[in-house]
Design a protein around this ligand. Sequence first.
Ligand SMILES: *Cc1c(COP(=O)(O)O)cnc(C)c1O
Length: 406
Amino acid sequence: MSDNGFFGDYGGRYVAEVLRRPLERLEEEFSRAMDDPDFLSDLEAFSRDYIGRPTPLLPARNASAVIGGADIYVKLEGLANTGAHKINNAAGQALLAKRMGKTRIIAETGAGQHGVAVAAACARLGLECVVYMGEEDIRRQHPNVYWMELFGAELRPVSSGTRILKDAVNAALRDWASSWEDTHYLLGSALGPTPFPDMVREFQSVIGRETKEQLGELTPDVMVACVGGGSNAIGFFEPYLEDAHPILIGAEAGGRGPGAGNNAARMTGDGKVGVVQGYKSRFLTDSDGQVLPTHSISAGLDYAGIGPQLAHLGESGRIRFVSVRDDEALDALKFFAREEGLIFAMESAHAGAAAIVMARDLGPGKTVVVNMSGRGDKDIFITAAALDGAAWRTFLYDESIREDEI
Ligand SMILES: *Cc1c(COP(=O)(O)O)cnc(C)c1O
């Protein structure tokens, strides 16, 4: 837990006066809910019946044998309903909102993965759902727009700024400032103002708790997760944060390589301390403190900031950060597909690539556990274009001019 909202120097609640009350209320209600056996049993039932928890922990024996190194285990978070870990947080917060008597949920989304998880949870729980999304992101992420609307969510295009995720966050905060009496703002990663980093970590810690139980007597030597905002990583690592072992590794997007605009390497690259959108952490910013553009082949890792607890644990040395380039992540995607029949999400493939390196370095007799935060079906427009080139483009072209109706 944070110390009064802070993790070392990072975290806090740097928000306009109008947002203080709703954040304080949320903090109180969250801590009350986590002590309420009825709430916890509702969350557990939802996780079992709807999300499909527990997700499996797969011993990746073929991969380990081919590498000739440590035993690799893969936590298959991609088998959670809707395809990734994001539903754990969406479900937890949506149930909390219901408990607080809210009838309406708002959310921001960048690539659309969080928006899809929120829209799904709201459909299931009978809550009104409004998702703010930058116009540029809407243009790039049509499949997720389609799913959100199928779930009955209202999509609100954001045309301010550069029309991407940060602009969607601003729009959602503006909405919340005047609507919070009946509306919950369901933030998507372990960042933002207090209490979101603590709350999102707690709702994602189910990944780590299950993994620890599934490992039984086995103590892992290394655990690896990819880090966008940081929610799957902090949830996966949570049961081990207070211990000296195992080694915890966060894989961030190395993109095309070093240099501003080529990556999202906040911890291994040029991240600077700053306060952005309500919290203090490390961000990729220019000398005026303006957030810089980022790049990653994975839509979920190209965020300019990182959750405050991860930034703190990175500096204290408890978590080690590595950066994984686009091409290395694609290689890991191919490797796990061929050796294990798994399709990693491009985000998760960054963790997969780091796990391969660690398994090789550690050698036989050791254990590496990697979180497959999501499955890669959603990435077919990116991975097939990269790996299958002309044939994929021909298919898309033929589909686009097809005239017969279904
Ligand atoms: C959104 C997303 C991420 C990155 O978000 P975190 O908050 O860092 O976990 C990673 N993997 C998948 C599959 C995602 O959808």
